[in-house]
Design a protein around this ligand. Sequence first.
Ligand code: FES
Length: 171
Amino acid sequence: MLKMRGPVGPEGSGVVCECDDVFLTEVQRVVSVYKERPEDLVQALHDVQSLRNYLPREALRVVARTLDVPESRVYGVATFYSMFSTSPRGRHIIRICESAPCHVAGAAEIINSLLNELGVEMGGTTSDGIFTVETSSCLGVCGVAPAIMIDDTVYGNLVSEDLPAVLRRYR
Ligand code: FES
């Protein structure tokens, strides 16, 4: 198994969004950097998503108001890009590459083992809110196929037996 570390992103804080005043104040603080700069909408959404690993509807309203952009446009961008989610997700996002080189190298077995290990369906979130599992196109590390990415860290040359140890690092 090969582990590669990418740039460190901010931690999400769990699967539940209560969208209380404290959270919305934090959203306001984060997006105020982009005040009335609609051209920075995608970056603003990235920053807001980093707070809770997804984009609650209430947060999108704050973004729209602060950047002075129609709410429908903010929602459209948030739902267009696959890197954004408007549904609650786990604290850690596991992306499994399904492109051809990984498929040939045994990605299907890794997928089955991973879903079994976590007890979720593809696209689902574990009941403890720790992991959400998603498929992905090429992660850019075909030389170490099959590969998965957990948050910003890539794990390559995987075999099913590696998974329990990999997952333990995030629990
Ligand atoms: S095909 Fe899986 S990393 Fe490129």
